[in-house]
Ligand binder design. Sequence first.
Ligand code: FES
Length: 71
Amino acid sequence: MPRYVKFHKKEPLPIEVNDKKIWICMCGLSDKFPYCSGRHKYAKDEEENQVYMYDENYNRKKVKDIIFEKE
Ligand code: FES
């Protein structure tokens, strides 16, 4: 089931666990979520305030409008 999840960061968050540094995915594109897999490279040139949609092959489209219905 597709769902809308908003991510706006373009780089991972480095954290330290037991003296080991790990990178948490903040872009939402990782194939090893919640860990960064380097796929944030696809988001690097995103324009500010523009919403994008990515398919399973990391092809990107700009989203013009999102309309939410009340439940
Ligand atoms: S921050 Fe998402 S893949 Fe790196």
